[in-house]
Write a protein that binds this ligand. Structure first.
Ligand code: CAA
Length: 384
């Protein structure tokens, strides 16, 4: 077992850290308050090669391992979780799915620009459309319908809480093609946002990750050419589950980063703020909080690396990614709440960042499978 990062992974960490501090920190509070999508930051992610980190170089990606992805996600999420979720969805849910299940033509046409984050000099990212008003955790209950019309499918329905909803150019859409077959009657399709019948709903007014671009998307008689079907007939639900297993590593790393960001701010504050004649870090009440934060964060990091390592080594990583996500997201919620407590009154105001981190942490327990869904995956595996 080797816990040492490679030279390449250390370089990725430095590049991600520099990007977060130099390009994300400034304006992060304003973007949160005004719900502004971090467009400049996402364009820079494209320039850094961070939007298709794990995609092979033949398809315009950076060809890096999943550990490097976890490292970059942690560093960026320490500062700006709205930017990092955009990166995570594009990498894990969109590019990974297309690279592993797409046809050669789909990879050429869609994966290349998605991995580079650009087409003809314009931002080009994707979104993953599984959730519906009545199909969140219960993801097999799809109402979005794709009717086979011969040389195309006719798509109708509504998807909810879609990250990158209005900024994405391409959607990966799961839809029911045969209701009698349940989870085996779902297909995956590539749909372009500017096709007739695609309607982007208003931006959700969220508690956290307010810069991220979350919308509902409706399809009214959208004609999807057959060549835009990804994978086999009826394999859409398995596609979603396989893709989400990797996505959950990205969100676990995001949670890890939110927790580490709040922790670093708490340590700095504990060394500076004085109460009862000494720095608050010299009081055991604060010292013990910092010790518990450091321990839980380290455990989260190890779980993230383990899931990433299993993925990179061709092993089944669905259970370890659920373990990483449930543990890291609950750690993020706990650490950020304690970080506000360590900061006292200052923690409750925006300038000190930790209140935003506490709001941002909450979504990591919900999206890409709630903590309860992760426990279903883990619980079923341990009882098998
Ligand atoms: N890999 C391959 N196949 C899988 C699988 C996996 N990891 N997990 C399940 N399947 C298969 C099962 O084997 C089963 O096939 P069989 O019928 O042949 O056995 C089929 O899929 C149905 O599976 P289940 O019977 O386990 O289905 P279920 O209804 O009990 O649901 C669940 C299981 C784990 C709760 C699942 O529905 C789930 O993960 N729900 C949460 C969905 C989710 O994470 N949504 C997030 C939305 S995306 C998002 O948030 C993106 C964003 O924008 C940030």
């Amino acid at each position: 077992m080797d816990f040492k990062l490679t030279e390449e992974q250390l370089m990725i960490r430095k590049a991600a850290r520099d990007f977060a501090i130099n390009s994300c920190l400034d304006g992060v509070i304003e973007r949160d308050e005004k719900q502004l999508f971090p467009i400049e930051q996402v364009k820079q992610l494209a320039d850094l090669g961070f939007l298709g980190m794990m995609v092979g170089e033949a398809y315009g990606g950076s060809g890096l391992d999943t550990i490097s992805y976890v490292i970059a996600m942690e560093e960026i999420s320490k500062v700006d979780a709205s930017t990092s979720v955009c990166m995570s969805v594009n990498n894990s849910l969109v590019c990974w799915g297309l690279e592993h299940y797409g046809t050669a033509d789909q990879k050429e046409k869609y994966l290349k620009p998605l991995a580079q984050g650009k087409l003809n000099g314009e931002l080009y990212i994707g979104a993953f459309l599984l959730s519906e008003p009545e199909a969140g955790s219960d993801a097999t209950s799809q109402h979005t319908n794709a009717e086979d019309k011969g040389d195309y499918y006719l798509l109708n329905g509504t998807k909810n809480w879609i990250t990158n909803g209005s900024s994405a150019s391409v959607y990966l859409v799961m839809a029911q093609t045969d209701h009698s077959k349940g989870s085996k009657g779902i297909n995956t399709f590539i749909v372009e946002k500017n096709w007739p019948g695609v309607k982007v709903g208003p931006k959700e007014n969220k508690m956290g990750i307010r810069g991220s671009d979350t919308h509902s998307i409706s399809f009214i008689d959208v004609k999807v050419p057959k060549e835009n079907q990804v994978g086999e007939n009826g394999a859409g639900f398995q596609f979603a589950m396989k893709t989400l297993a990797g996505g959950r590593i990205g969100i676990a790393a995001q949670a890890l980063g939110i927790a580490s960001g709040a922790f670093e701010r708490s340590v700095a504050y504990a060394k500076e703020r004085k109460a009862f004649g000494k720095e608050i870090g010299q009081h055991q009440a604060i010292q013990f909080k910092l010790a518990d934060m450091a321990t839980r964060i380290e455990a989260s990091r190890i779980l993230c690396f383990k899931a990433a390592w299993e993925k990179d080594n061709g092993m089944d990583y669905a259970v370890s990614s659920s373990m990483a996500k449930v543990f890291a997201s609950e750690t993020a919620m706990w650490v950020t709440t304690e970080a506000v407590q360590v900061h006292g009154g200052y923690g409750y105001v925006k300038e000190y960042h930790v209140e935003r981190m506490m709001r941002d942490a909450k979504i990591t327990q919900i999206y890409e499978g709630t903590s309860e869904v992760q426990r279903i995956v883990i619980g079923r595996a341990v009882l098998k």
